[in-house]
Ligand binder design. Structure first.
Ligand code: ADE
Length: 341
């Protein structure tokens, strides 16, 4: 990659960039929120969440003060809820130690909760116009093809080398356009699934994989571990037209609300026996169906039952359906069950 190639790329970006909401601001708070949302989520899905989130929490002070319940409701459906919890932690730290302003120093940014090298680079280059690159999966893919890099892209040495290369180039360009030009190219031209649009690519002259017609072979990824399958039974207890939910206090999805469940798949007879053992008195059990939810590293295979109670069972919250939907953060895994009740 030479100066001229980067020049082509940045010009291509300036001419072809998508009109995205976070590209209309230089407010570091807004750019930070967008970059955290974009890390594990598609641009199209992020657009809506970004607008609603910033309407509810327009400043870092609002984020620092929001209740966990309200915050996770705003995040409902986006997944990877630790991102939201870290956003609030970080906002509290910004209010406590940084007068409510994201610092424009790489070391200080990296010391904050939830801010890693990618996010620090994105905030610095896009919001503060500092010459610090940001390397996400899009950028890794572009560079692995340009260099026909045989190494595993999860290898941290590779990222370090790419960062050093980009640090040299970024000094000569507007940092915001430089960073986003690589991300944009990876998102719309040098795509991960399907055929990359090499004929439209501003880097086609320097791309080794393209020259050898081997763009499909890159990036090289080590075989992923298969996802662990967890079987579950989900109990939707109904009492006087309200349904049982409880707050997940730790682990995966902590802070969100779930239907009571156990890590074992039960048939209706098993459920009856189990509930009798638990001292639960019920008048009816209805099988709601089988549900599957795929997380990045595991799959839940669930049997769900609606159980009409004669008296409330355990100290769950009993809440009307509309209120659950309005006020409680129900992760996608349980959303499908909620929709079917
Ligand atoms: N993905 C990560 N950061 C992005 C940005 N600023 N624009 C579009 N997609 C992105």
């Amino acid at each position: 990659m030479r100066q001229q190639d980067i020049e082509n790329l940045v010009l291509w970006y300036q001419k072809n960039k998508r009109d995205l909401p976070w590209r209309h601001t230089k407010d570091a708070y807004k750019i930070w929120i967008s970059e955290i949302m974009l890390q594990q989520t598609r641009v199209e899905a992020v657009k809506r969440y970004y607008e609603v989130f910033l309407k509810s929490l327009p400043t870092v002070y609002d984020l620092a003060q929001v209740s966990d319940d309200e915050l996770l409701k705003l995040w409902e459906g986006l997944g990877y809820y630790s991102r939201a919890r870290n956003l609030k932690k970080c906002a509290c730290e910004l209010v406590r130690s940084y007068q409510g302003v994201l610092p424009d120093d790489e070391k200080e940014l990296l010391s904050l909760p939830g801010i890693g090298e990618y996010t620090a680079g994105a905030i610095l280059s896009i919001a503060y116009l500092k010459p610090v690159p940001a390397i996400d999966g899009n950028v890794m893919r572009v560079l692995s093809r340009v260099y026909e890099d045989e190494r595993d892209m999860l290898n941290s040495q590779v990222r370090k080398e790419y960062s050093e290369i980009l640090r040299k180039f970024i000094k000569k360009y507007p940092p915001d356009d430089f960073t986003q030009s690589f991300i944009e190219l990876g998102a719309v031209v040098c795509v991960p699934n399907g055929t990359p649009l090499c004929e439209e690519c501003p880097l086609k002259r320097c791309c080794k994989a393209h020259r050898h017609h081997k763009e499909f072979l890159y990036p090289v990824k080590s075989a992923k571990k298969p996802r662990k399958i967890i079987s579950k039974t989900v109990f939707v207890f109904e009492y006087c037209g309200r349904y049982s939910i409880l707050k997940k206090e730790e682990g995966l999805l902590s802070g969100t609300y779930e239907f009571p469940n156990v890590d074992e798949k039960m048939c209706q007879d098993d459920v009856k026996k189990y509930l009798a053992q638990q001292g639960c008195s019920f008048s009816k059990i209805v099988f709601l169906g089988e549900f599957k939810h795929i997380f990045s590293h595991l799959e839940w295979h669930m049997n769900a039952y609606v159980i009409s109670l004669q008296k409330p069972f355990k100290d769950y919250l009993y809440v009307g359906l509309e209120e659950i939907k309005m006020n409680y953060s129900i992760p996608s895994a349980f959303q499908k069950i909620l929709e079917k009740i």
